[in-house]
Each structure stands twice: as structure tokens, then as C-alpha cells.
Ligand binder design. Structure first.
Ligand code: NAD
Ligand code: ZN
Length: 268
């Protein structure tokens, strides 16, 4: 394990363009459950996976009714609990520090929990959106939730909210299962995968597509070195898309990697 951590630190410190990919596993140590880990929401309740696909259909069929249900509190509570109260853990801070040192150029996350942002990561692509934001489904403009008086729109029968820029329908920014990835983050993420020569993949089972294509692009098109930090092997490990797996908790391993990178880069 120590040797692998030193190897990862050498690879990361030597890369001219490193990017990180993260998934639900990096946030389990912040108390947010993942979907497919041993205690994941879907591992324990396979029906929940099927139900997750219904939300996008419900929204697409009738955005007005969907918003009315959400605001009236009738909508099922999100299976991940109250994400707004969660705080970043050592894994999120480690990636933010790698960015500050200058070795990590971009973090692309599948998580909707805003914890990378809270930890101070600046160049962040939220591939599946964020619970903290709303998004126009026509022009992709993002808004903070408090930019709309949703309760007033409900009372005045003016739902769904409309985009001030293009009048498009506004939904929550979090991407539903079955919903296309917003074109801006999809394109930017693909560009990062093309550009990088090192990809550090943290806490993802790498089975959700198209996100799981990004390591394949980095490997096959960019020839990048790919490092996985995950509690268990994934298809990327098994198909040898990743060069090596450091098996364990991101909250423990990533800070150790950062300490080694700092020694190599001689930063305090
Ligand atoms: P996943 O649940 O499919 O896989 C998580 C992986 O992380 C598993 O392989 C698990 O063994 C591993 N893991 C769990 N805890 C870990 C730890 N402390 N250290 C290292 N590895 C750990 O998650 P996914 O691949 O991100 O796919 C789930 C989808 O659901 C994503 O698209 C995401 O948008 C969404 N989701 C988001 C959150 C969140 O925002 N925090 C939480 C659950 C699901
Ligand atoms: Zn718009």
C-alpha cells in the first residue's frame, strides 16, 4: 500500500495535466450513502433503482405538476437524505489541496452534493448537476435556488419557473436517471479527458454511462496514466483501463498521496 501511494504521488507530481474523477464513494465518509457499495441504497433496496427512473418521466410529462408536488412536499424524499447539511471530508479537502498546489487542473464529479465546492475546489465540473442549483432545460443557465421565489410561484399558479434569459422551463440541476447530461458539462468533461495525461479516479463503481466513458477516452485517446482509489475493484480495474488500484478509503488514501506530492514538489 505505501509503495502504491508513493507511486501515485510520483505519477501525479510528474503529470503536466492531471484531472480527478469522483463518485459517490468519496462522500460516504461525509455520511452520504452511495448506491452500489455494500451498504448502498440500491444494494439494500433494488426497487429504489427502478423508482429512480420514474422521476424524469414524471417531470417530462408534466413539469407544472412535478413542481407542485415537490413544493407541497408530496414528492418522495430524496433517497440520499439531507445533502445540504453534509460537510466535506479529508478526501474532498485533499483534492482541493492538489488543485491549490497546481498539479490538479480539473475535478469532474458525478456527485450532486456540492461537497467539492464546499471544500474549495475551483475548477469543478458537476457532471450530474448539484442539489444547490436550478437549471434551464433549454439554455443550461444555472441559478441558485434562492434566485426564485418558488413558494410565490406556487401560490400564484405560475409554475413551472421560467428562465429569465430564454423563458425555458426550469428544473432542479441534479440530472435524473434517463435525463441527458447537460451539453455544456458533457462537452467540457470530454475535453478534459482528451487533454489530461493523468486521471485520478476516486470512489466510483464506474458503471454509470456516459460518465464511465471518460476514463476510456483518457486511456485510449489521450494515453493517460489512470489511477483508481476505491474500496473495491471496478470494471475499470478488471478491464485494465486503470493502471493500478489503491484499494481503501478515499478519506485516508488521498491525504497520504497529497503529503507525498508535497514532499516531491517541496511545498510546505
Ligand atoms: P456508486 O454507488 O455506484 O459506487 C461507489 C463506489 O465507491 C463503490 O465501488 C464503493 O465500493 C466505493 N466506495 C464507497 N465508499 C468509499 C470510500 N470511503 N472510499 C473509497 N471507495 C468507496 O457511485 P457512483 O459510481 O458515483 O454512481 C452513483 C450515481 O448516483 C452517480 O451518478 C451519482 O450522481 C449519484 N449519487 C450521488 C451521491 C452524492 O452526491 N454523494 C450519492 C449517491 C449516488
Ligand atoms: Zn434558459
Amino acid at each position: 500500500m505505501e509503495e502504491l501511494i508513493r507511486r501515485a504521488a510520483r505519477d501525479i507530481a510528474g503529470a503536466s495535466y492531471a484531472v480527478a474523477l469522483t463518485g459517490a464513494g468519496i462522500s460516504t465518509e461525509s455520511g452520504i450513502t452511495d448506491f452500489r457499495g455494500p451498504k448502498g441504497v440500491w444494494t439494500l433496496d433494488p426497487e429504489a433503482e427502478r423508482r429512480a427512473y420514474l422521476s424524469y418521466q414524471e417531470f417530462s410529462n408534466d413539469p407544472k405538476e412535478w413542481w407542485q408536488n415537490v413544493l407541497a412536499g408530496q414528492q418522495r424524499r430524496g433517497s440520499l437524505g439531507n445533502l445540504e447539511e453534509a460537510m466535506p471530508n479529508a478526501g474532498h479537502y485533499a483534492l482541493a489541496e492538489l488543485e491549490k498546489i497546481g498539479v490538479l487542473k480539473c475535478t469532474i464529479t458525478q456527485n450532486i452534493d456540492s461537497l467539492h465546492e464546499k471544500a474549495g475546489t475551483e475548477h469543478l465540473l458537476e457532471y450530474h448537476g448539484s442539489v444547490a442549483k436550478l437549471r434551464c432545460i433549454s439554455c443550461n443557465a444555472r441559478f441558485r435556488r434562492d434566485e426564485f421565489d418558488l413558494q410565490k410561484l406556487l401560490e400564484e399558479n405560475k409554475l413551472p419557473p421560467r428562465c429569465p434569459k430564454c423563458q425555458g422551463i426550469i428544473k432542479t440541476d441534479g440530472v435524473f436517471f434517463g435525463e441527458p447530461i447537460p451539453s455544456d458539462v458533457a462537452e467540457q468533461s470530454l475535453e478534459e479527458a482528451w487533454k489530461c495525461n493523468l486521471m485520478l479516479i476516486c470512489g466510483t463503481s464506474a458503471v454509470v454511462f456516459p460518465f464511465a466513458n471518460l476514463p476510456r477516452v483518457a486511456r485510449q485517446a489521450a494515453g493517460a496514466t489512470i489511477i483508481e482509489v476505491n474500496a473495491e475493484p471496478t470494471p475499470l480495474t478488471e478491464e485494465r483501463i486503470s493502471d493500478y488500484l489503491i484499494q481503501g478509503k478515499t478519506g485516508e488514501i488521498l491525504p497520504m498521496i497529497v503529503e507525498e506530492v508535497k514532499k516531491i514538489k517541496q511545498v510546505g
